[in-house]
Design a protein around this ligand. Sequence first.
Ligand code: ZN
Length: 347
Amino acid sequence: MTTTAMRSRLTRAQLGGLACIAALLASAGAGATAPPPRESAAQRGARDCGGQSQNPQRACQEDLDRMMAALPEAAPAKPVRPRHVLVLADTQGFVHGSIPLAAATVEALGNKTKAWTTTITYDAKDINTENLKQYDAVFLDSTTGCFLDEPGNTAETNARRAALVAFVRGGKGLAGVHAATDSYSAPCPGSQAGRGGPGPVQEWPEFNTMIGGIFAAHPWQRVWVKIDDPVSPVTAAFKGQAFEMVDETYTMLPAVYSRENLRVLLSIDVSKMGPADLGRENRADHDYALSWIRREGQGRVFYSAHGHREAVYAMTPMLEHYLAGIQYALGDLKADDTPSAKAGAKK
Ligand SMILES: [Zn+2]
């Protein structure tokens, strides 16, 4: 069956899930870092830790140990006032194994550096106007599908969506990793919105624009990452040096993602790709941003496309990048967030 034929028979969410599983298996034998043990879906399900296990909210101890050992010593900025981050880790699509580890990472980063305190929830009901008053940023932990919605309850769904948008536009922060862009990327169950309009889906275009892109595919497991904004404090951990990354690497659909709309921090260096990898390109402009920041009203957004594999959370430079990105979203770390295209035009 061709990919096109498969696409016509499967929803994007289903395809994403299948591809994620395939990528996990493919990545098990490759990588600059030690590859994870090769496990079947059944083996993962039989474990007592990890997002695909019987205890999906419990991170595995060995992953926690590696993350804790890799934590940076200090935050790049002193908090203006005590900060509180809400990690939202619920999904309505593919469930990443790294979700509980990512949640624990945000909490540990804040605790160790005293940059913020953390509350972790797997309940989308917590995204409401009253509850959000106590937080300075929301962290989307590989949320997938229509993660905020209450199926069959349009009023509740609309209230949650409006609360999150108002929270950010009113001056707070939004941070997200990996599948935060594989959210509202396909029609929601029972939705009347469906497809149409200028974008691929019209489920919640405000969210797609706010997070900065819509997941298209993950054609690569090993990429060279270049530093698009080497003077940004959010990329300081990389010291301006390109690096090789082994992780499921997301690309964005042409709709929504634009350098006119956000400031790219990291992107794929296509010039270092061989013919096989070049054959997997899916954007005519060859522009594959991997992390970015942007303004949304009075608020701020930070997103990192990497964060699929547990090993990412054991890489100190990536943890420093997340720490700085969250501090930017909180409003504590000042960074030039002029959209890349506009910043380039000024020079
Ligand atoms: Zn993934």
